[in-house]
Design a protein around this ligand. Structure first.
Ligand SMILES: C[S@@+](CC[C@H](N)C(=O)[O-])C[C@H]1O[C@@H](n2cnc3c(N)ncnc32)[C@H](O)[C@@H]1O
Length: 280
C-alpha cells in the first residue's frame, strides 16, 4: 500500500507522490507557479503534453509497477488501484475526497444510492463500506471492471451492489419506467461523453437527467452529491435545474461548494463545483 498525496501544482501541471514515486501530469486548473521546484525534475513518471489524452507516459525508472495500490488520505481507510492510463489519468480524482467522506460517515445505513458516471468506483466503495446499497453506472466497461476491483480491494460486500455498463440517461429513463426508488444520488458528469450511439453533453442533458432523478427520489431524499467541472455552467443555472427536479424547499438545503483537492504543502487545488445534501 502506497500513500497517495498531491505534493505541488502550477503552470497547468500537478505533482503527485505515490509511495516512493513522483508523478508529473497535466492539470488544467493548476494556475500560478509551482512552489516546490526542486521536487519536479526527478519525477519517475511524466505525462507529456499540456492536455490529458493528447500525450504519452514517459516512465523513467524500471521499478515503477504498471499498477499500484494506493492508500488515500481519507478519514477512513480507502484504497485505490492506480494505473498509468493512456489518457494520462491514474484512476482517482482527489477533489472527491469530501464526497467519499460524506457518503461514508454522514448518513445512517442502509440507504439505496445511485452512483452515475461512477468511474473507478471510489464513491461506490465508500458507500458499500458504510453499509449502503449502490447501483453503480458508467458507460465504460473497463472502468466498471476497475470499480469492481476497487470494491474487492476495499473488501466491500458486493452482494449490495449492481454494476451497470450503460448510458446514464438511458439507464435512468428505464429506472423511472421500472418505478425504482433511491434514497441518495452521486452524480459526477463529464462535460462530454459517449456510449454507443448516445452522446452526453452536460448543458443539454443535465437538466433532463436531474428531472429523472427527481422522479427516482424517495419522498425524503437523504443524500445528494452533484459535481461537475464545466466552466460553461453557471451556479444559478444548475440551482434552477435542481429546484425544478427536487423542489425549491429541498434545494434550499443543498450546500454549494467549490471542489478542492487538499494538499499538505499547498492551499487546496480548486477543480470544479459541487452541490451537497446530507440529512438524516
Ligand atoms: C471521469 S468521470 C467524471 C470526471 C469529471 N467530472 C470530469 O469531467 O473529468 C467521467 C465518467 O463518465 C463516464 N461517462 C461518460 N459518458 C457517459 C454516459 N453517457 N453515461 C454514463 N457514463 C458516462 C466515463 O466513462 C467516465 O468514467
Amino acid at each position: 500500500m502506497h500513500p497517495f498525496e498531491l505534493l505541488d501544482y502550477g503552470a497547468g501541471r500537478r505533482l503527485d507522490r505515490i509511495g516512493p514515486w513522483l508523478v508529473d501530469r497535466p492539470a488544467p486548473y493548476a494556475r500560478g507557479a509551482p512552489v516546490q521546484t526542486e521536487l519536479w525534475p526527478p519525477a519517475h513518471a511524466v505525462y507529456t503534453g499540456t492536455h490529458m489524452s493528447r500525450g504519452n507516459w514517459q516512465i523513467k525508472t524500471s521499478d515503477l509497477p504498471v499498477s499500484l495500490t494506493a492508500q488515500l488520505a481519507t478519514s477512513f481507510p480507502l484504497f485505490a488501484e492506480l494505473q498509468f492510463s493512456a489518457s494520462g489519468q491514474l484512476g482517482i480524482f482527489g477533489e472527491h475526497q469530501k464526497s467519499w467522506e460524506l457518503v461514508h460517515k454522514r448518513c445512517d445505513p442502509p440507504l439505496q444510492i445511485l452512483n452515475l458516471f461512477g468511474y473507478t468506483g471510489l464513491a461506490t466503495a465508500a458507500a458499500l463500506l458504510a453499509g449502503h446499497s449502490v447501483c453503480h453506472v458508467d458507460a465504460g466497461r473497463s472502468v466498471v471492471q476497475w470499480a469492481r476491483r476497487n470494491a474487492a480491494l476495499n473488501q466491500c460486500d458486493q452482494t449490495n451492489v449492481r454494476w451497470i455498463v450503460d448510458d446514464a440517461l438511458e439507464f435512468c429513463k428505464r429506472e423511472v419506467h421500472r418505478q425504482q426508488r433511491y434514497d441518495g444520488f452521486i452524480v459526477d458528469p463529464p462535460a462530454f461523453g459517449r456510449f454507443k450511439k448516445h452522446t452526453w453533453q452536460i448543458k443539454r442533458d443535465l437538466p433532463r437527467l436531474l428531472a429523472w432523478l427527481g422522479e427516482l427520489a424517495r419522498p425524503k431524499l437523504r443524500f445528494l452529491v452533484l459535481s461537475h467541472h464545466s466552466l460553461e455552467l453557471k451556479q444559478t443555472t444548475v440551482q434552477h435545474w435542481l429546484q425544478d427536479a427536487f423542489g425549491a424547499a429541498l434545494t434550499r438545503q443543498f450546500q454549494y461548494a467549490e471542489l478542492q483537492e487538499e494538499s499538505k504543502y499547498r492551499p487546496p487545488l480548486a477543480t470544479g463545483k459541487g452541490w451537497f445534501l446530507c440529512g438524516q
